[in-house]
Design a protein around this ligand. Structure first.
Ligand SMILES: C[S@@+](CC[C@H](N)C(=O)[O-])C[C@H]1O[C@@H](n2cnc3c(N)ncnc32)[C@H](O)[C@@H]1O
Length: 270
């Protein structure tokens, strides 16, 4: 079956899932989505889409297990250190100076919080080294999955979650031994919010920096193009979009952004 020959039972199931979770099933790469759906169907002992719909009707907690199977939540502090290097050495100092510390960031698809907390650590460190305060900086951290957001708010991590982070930063901003957490100042800059990136409006007001990494790869090309346009519209002039190593900017939106770092896929709205 392709997108041009839709199975009505599958379409009805997608609609049900979209209504309940805001996933936007139609925008995902279909083969991948159907593989993950099949995993949950097998786990529930059903073999048709209608039967699985009945399972969802009977047990709403199955939506959570389905979301977990569909969305990949893997993340780390300082994941892909080179990308953070560009943020630390170029993007954040420039924004900090231009906005006088009133930097507004959006981590879209933040999973369990490692990405927005890393950003917060870099902003705090910038404030520390420039003798200013980070009180006016803010990070909106959003994700579709309520279970990962609960873990993000709790902010308890295994020591290995910090493997990629420079030791000086871990020493300054992380506490605990077996189970570690970030210091309260790091948490204070971040606001977590449940948000379906293909459906919900961007956090207001517009952002100086949007970080969206390891999220867009799961969407089909037309959906990627629409999402990139939403990101551009959600940036202030002079604001940055950071996609990192994996995602590539596609579509007309490329004419609306200037590339600032090719390897780390850092773009700027003129
Ligand atoms: C692999 S994690 C990326 C975490 C972090 N950005 C990083 O690069 O380490 C992908 C996240 O995107 C979220 N996600 C997937 N589809 C989404 C959607 N439609 N709306 C919002 N978040 C979504 C998942 O729940 C998951 O937490």
């Amino acid at each position: 079956m392709t997108k041009s020959e839709p199975d009505p039972a599958l379409l009805a199931l997608f609609e049900r899932i979209d209504r309940a979770c805001g996933l936007g099933c139609d925008g995902y790469k279909q083969s991948c989505l159907r593989r993950r759906l099949a995993v949950r169907m097998r786990a529930c002992g059903v073999s048709t889409y209608d039967e699985y719909a009945a399972v969802l009707d009977e047990d709403a907690t199955e939506y959570g297990r389905l979301l977990e199977a569909i969305t990949i939540n893997v993340t780390k502090f300082y994941r892909n250190a080179e990308t953070w290097g560009v943020l630390r050495d170029k993007v954040l100092p420039e924004l900090w100076e231009a906005r006088d510390g009133r930097v507004r960031c959006w981590s879209a698809g933040c999973a369990s919080g490692e990405e927005p907390y890393t950003l917060s650590i870099l902003l705090l460190d910038l404030a520390r080294s420039s003798g200013t305060s980070a009180d006016n900086a803010r990070i909106d951290a959003t994700d579709l999955d309520g279970a990962v957001l609960a873990r993000a708010r709790e902010a308890l991590y295994r020591p290995t979650a910090f493997d990629e982070m420079p030791a000086t930063l871990t020493k300054r901003y992380v506490t605990g031994s077996d189970s570690r957490t970030v210091v309260p100042e790091v948490k204070s800059l971040v606001r977590f919010q449940r948000h379906a990136v293909l459906r919900d409006p961007a956090p207001a007001p517009p952002s100086d920096l949007i970080l969206c990494r390891h999220v867009v790869i799961y969407f089909d090309r037309p959906t990627q193009e629409q999402l990139f346009q939403r990101f551009v519209d959600a940036l202030v002039p002079g604001g940055y979009l950071v996609l990192g190593k994996v995602e590539t900017l596609v579509g007309d939106v490329r004419t609306q952004l200037v590339i600032e770092d090719t390897r780390e896929r850092v773009y700027r709205r003129p």
